[in-house]
Design a protein around this ligand. Structure first.
Ligand SMILES: C=C(O[C@@H]1C=C(C(=O)O)C=C[C@H]1O)C(=O)O
Length: 287
């Protein structure tokens, strides 16, 4: 049986987008030693897949690559019902004219870079060349006709008046499919969950409570975001209200379609069956 190193590292996306889930979360209040490990999504993805992190938010796509090894926490996600505000394609030409060009993709993402490929291929029938780069808009636009940024890198780039056309991929997905899009999910290593089921349930409950408190009063996270990134109160209020942190039927339906399209395009080599961690899982594991 694999042993899991304590204190347990609980992943956190370094970007502003998941702050509401963590603002009132205190790992020292959990019943086993745990600490928060904050990192870029691509690094959290690697941590989950290489088993140095056992419970963490990850790119939905990264979860999809090895879904049968992980449970999903049921009430948590980083989703958008429409525009997301921080998954942005910057381009010199309208999206429909990017077919013969080169698109630079941020190396911090897994979900959004594949979402862009899905949208361009299936909605616009385009297959441009893609290159992966560090998230620096100026350098990306020196080498490409368009650049995809996510998270705080996208927000910071959009604050400047660059003159580029800006396309929000949450909005593109919604206007095309009519569904929400889930960019990140909270995944738990199944072996870890089998060893520490109470800890998983307790952590999930505390994260959900923190999320609910933040949503009931966004002011603390808005103030923190203003201090870190600038921008006014109204901007951040709108940003956190566009984001959606539940993972119910509607969010699962949108994500299932994304996984299906990713499979159809060969971006994923298998169909994804999402499995949620529930109290029944806890009962089953204990039997
Ligand atoms: C809404 C966002 O969601 C995210 C997008 C991710 C991705 O594209 O892989 C991963 C985690 C989240 O940070 C964002 O980054 O702006």
């Amino acid at each position: 049986m694999k042993s899991f190193k304590q204190p347990f590292k609980i992943g956190k996306i370094e970007y502003t987008n998941d702050w509401p889930v963590y603002h009132h979360f205190d790992p020292s209040a959990l019943s086993l030693p745990a600490e928060i490990h904050s990192d870029l999504p691509a690094n959290l993805n690697r941590g989950l897949l290489e088993e140095t992190l056992y419970l963490t938010p990850v790119s939905s796509f990264a979860y999809g690559t090895r879904s049968s090894d992980f449970w999903l926490l049921p009430d948590l996600s980083v989703s958008a019902k429409n525009a997301v505000g921080s998954i942005l394609l910057f381009s010199r030409k309208p999206i429909a004219e990017l077919g013969n060009g080169t698109i630079a993709l941020t190396n911090t993402s897994a979900t959004s870079i594949n979402l862009l490929k899905i949208i361009l291929n299936k909605r616009y029938h385009l297959t441009p060349e893609y290159i992966s780069m560090d998230p620096s808009l100026d350098e990306m636009m020196e080498q490409a006709d368009a650049a995809l940024l996510i998270g705080d890198h996208a927000i910071a780039a959009a604050q400047k008046d660059t003159g580029y056309i800006v396309t929000d991929l949450g909005q593109e997905w919604k206007s095309w499919t009519g569904l929400s899009m889930t960019f990140a999910v909270w995944a738990v290593n199944k072996q870890f969950a089998a060893t520490y089921p109470e800890f998983v349930t307790e952590t999930a409950q505390q994260l959900v409570k923190s999320k609910q408190r933040s949503i009931a009063d966004l002011n603390p996270v808005i103030q923190e975001a203003q201090q870190k990134m600038g921008g006014d109160h109204a901007y951040w209020k709108h940003y956190f209200q566009q984001l959606w942190y539940d993972f119910g039927e509607a969010e699962q339906k949108g994500l299932a379609l994304y996984f299906q399209y990713a499979y159809e395009l060969g971006l994923l080599d298998h169909e994804v069956h999402m499995e949620l961690w529930t109290d029944n899982t806890l009962t089953r594991v204990n039997e």
